[in-house]
Structure formats: C-alpha cells, structure tokens
Design a protein around this ligand. Structure first.
Ligand SMILES: Cc1cc2nc3c(=O)[nH]c(=O)nc-3n(C[C@H](O)[C@H](O)[C@H](O)COP(=O)(O)O)c2cc1C
Length: 169
C-alpha cells in the first residue's frame, strides 16, 4: 500500500474529521453493520506506519464492536450531500435502533467484512494495533469539566491503515 499517497490526503481527511463529516464503520458479533459519526481523530505517522486514531467513548455501540473485532473503516465525505446520514449516525445509537436498517443507509462490505459507505470520497480500511484509555489524572481541569463530568472517558483506537480508496482513484 502506498503510504505517500495516503499522507498526501491527510489534510483533507483531518479537516473532514474536524467538520464531523466522517463515519466509522464497524460490525457486531452477529455481523450486523453499524456507522457512527466522529468529530475527533486524526491520520498520522506512527511506528513508520500510516495510522488513523479515533477517540470513542465506552457508551457507544461502536466501542463494543471495535473491542470485539479490531477492524473498522473510516468513511470521509468532502461535501454536504450526506449530512442527513451523518446527523442520524451521530445522534442515534445502535443500542436504541439499527440505523442502517431503519433508515436504509447504503453500505458494502470490504474484504474484512466491515461496512463502508460506497459514496464516501475517501475510505480507509483499518485494524487496531494499539488502544489506550485517556488517563483522567492527566487531563487538564478545564477539558475535564467540559467533556468528562460523567466519567465517559474516550479510548483512543490506533488503526493501522491497511487499504486506502478514493473516488478520484
Ligand atoms: C459531529 C459529531 C461528532 C461526533 N464525534 C464523536 C467522537 O469523536 N467520538 C465519540 O465517541 N462520539 C462522537 N459523536 C457521538 C456519536 O456519533 C453518537 O453518540 C452515536 O450515536 C454513536 O453511535 P453508536 O452507539 O451506534 O456507536 C459525534 C457526534 C456528532 C454529531
């Protein structure tokens, strides 16, 4: 896999993450697919590998999925055409509703049987190589009060990027 090509797209990918235009695809133990919207995360170079880091709270169904199966997809949208899907996948949990099924959200499976959205501008197929809970004793008070009053501390999942696919080839 061509790392230089991935890194040349990293600015675009990180900007979409910041704009909340990225879905994480995962699968449960019954092979039911799920998408969740993320706003925090980044692509980068660690251990001389292209890695995508996503920060997921334990309360998310996606957290349970990735703990069970380390493969996930990163689905990047560069325009506003899929905002409706991003809104739904960012506000409803699979614990309450099977979003993909109920809203008829399109998906396909990659070679690891993980769902991706076929309209994504960029798709990263990832596998967790490292995961780490945020250490509550090391978080600045201001951030802690703002984001962690309920103790739902994110875990950082470091996914090695196995495949990169782009609409533009
Ligand atoms: C714009 C946006 C960004 C979000 N970013 C994150 C994130 O980075 N990490 C996280 O744990 N939840 C994030 N969420 C919340 C989850 O997407 C939401 O709780 C979702 O319903 C979880 O789905 P699941 O329980 O089916 O996995 C975000 C929501 C929105 C709308």
């Amino acid at each position: 896999m061509e790392s230089n090509l991935i890194f040349s797209e990293s600015q675009k990918i990180n900007e979409s993450v910041r704009n909340g235009k990225v879905l994480i695809g995962s699968i449960n133990e019954d092979n039911k697919p799920n998408f969740m919207t993320i706003g925090w995360g980044m692509i980068g170079n660690i251990w001389y590998m292209p890695v995508f880091i996503t920060y997921i709270r334990p309360s998310r169904y996606t957290y349970k999925n990735i703990m069970n199966n380390p493969n996930f997809t990163v689905n990047v949208f560069l325009d506003d055409l899929h905002q409706n899907i991003l809104d739904k996948c960012g506000s409803i949990s699979f614990y309450k509703k099977n979003k993909i099924q109920e809203f008829d959200i399109e998906y396909e499976f990659n070679s690891n049987k993980i769902p991706y959205h076929p309209d994504s501008d960029i798709i990263l197929d990832c596998r967790v190589v490292y995961k780490e809970d945020l250490n509550k004793y090391e978080i600045n008070k201001e951030v802690k009060n703002k984001y962690y009053s309920n103790n739902d501390y994110h875990k950082a999942f470091y996914g090695k990027i196995l495949e990169y696919r782009s609409k533009n080839g």
